[in-house]
Design a protein around this ligand. Structure first.
Ligand SMILES: [Zn+2]
Ligand SMILES: [Zn+2]
Length: 255
């Protein structure tokens, strides 16, 4: 397997901008603002067009090592460095990894004590019962005693929601009942990804005294979380065709 870009390597070497550290890779020996990935060998390699796990060349897809449900809530200086965590993988390998990934997501939810009320909406069982009764009353061929039961259900409901003196016709009540919603929004709903990332971001410190006078924020727990996903991918998939320069502890910030 030969996956480097010889031309690019030759260009850097001929200008003394890099040292060769392997036949197919170099280490830059200058600080380049424009390049943004100083000393970062992985980014100089060409990303070849095959699955990092099985080397398949068909049905390839991009896999985000840190799932999007977390990543999208991360700070910009972390998100912008995401190219390290996008890998080319075939659909088969991807499907088998995603199973393991969803187990890890469940474990994370437990570890972070994410409220398990993780439903976006709540099914309104009582409304559904009323609607079923109402639509049955619209049908023909229902036995008389059953019709009485159904009428009781809708009348009881109607009495609860209206002024008892109001005297609606059965047809009107049925029509109203059929308009009841099946679901309502769950105001307690917590999005797992957002919740987890917000917890991770609480632990933060600043780096000051930099040459350019700027201040940088760092989030150690967020770093560990990203390393956790990288490690998990390596452990589960053992991607034999992944670049040897792809490292679990590769930096996570763009600056
Ligand atoms: Zn594959
Ligand atoms: Zn994926």
């Amino acid at each position: 397997m030969f996956r480097c870009n010889i031309k690019k390597i030759a260009w850097y070497l001929s200008r003394n901008l890099a040292n060769q550290i392997a036949h197919d890779s170099i280490q830059l020996n200058f600080k380049s603002k424009g390049l943004g990935h100083v000393g970062d060998t992985y980014h100089l390699e060409d990303k070849s067009n095959f699955c990092v796990c099985c080397a398949a060349i068909e049905n390839l897809t991009m896999h985000h090592v840190v799932p999007d449900m977390y990543r999208r809530h991360m700070p910009e200086i972390v998100k912008s460095h995401a190219s390290h965590d996008v890998l080319l993988i075939c659909i088969n390998c991807h499907t088998s990894y995603e199973k393991a990934a969803s187990e890890l997501k469940k474990k994370i939810a437990i570890d972070f004590n994410v409220p398990l009320n993780g439903q976006r909406r709540i099914r309104l069982e009582y409304n559904i019962k009323i609607k079923k009764a109402a639509s049955a009353l619209n049908r023909i061929g229902i036995p008389e005693d059953r019709i009485q039961e159904l009428k009781n259900i809708v009348f009881t409901w109607h009495q609860q929601i209206t002024d008892k003196t109001e005297n609606d016709k059965l047809e009107g009540i049925i029509e109203k009942a059929l308009m009841l919603p099946d679901y309502e929004k769950n105001n307690e709903f917590v999005e797992q990804g957002k919740y987890v990332v917000n917890q991770l971001l609480k632990d933060c410190f600043y780096i000051t005294g930099l040459e350019d006078g700027s201040t940088r924020m760092r989030w150690p727990k967020l770093e560990d979380f990203i390393y956790l996903w990288r490690e998990h991918f390596l452990k589960i998939m053992r991607p034999r065709f992944l670049s040897q320069y792809w490292k679990v502890d590769d930096k996570i910030y763009i600056e």
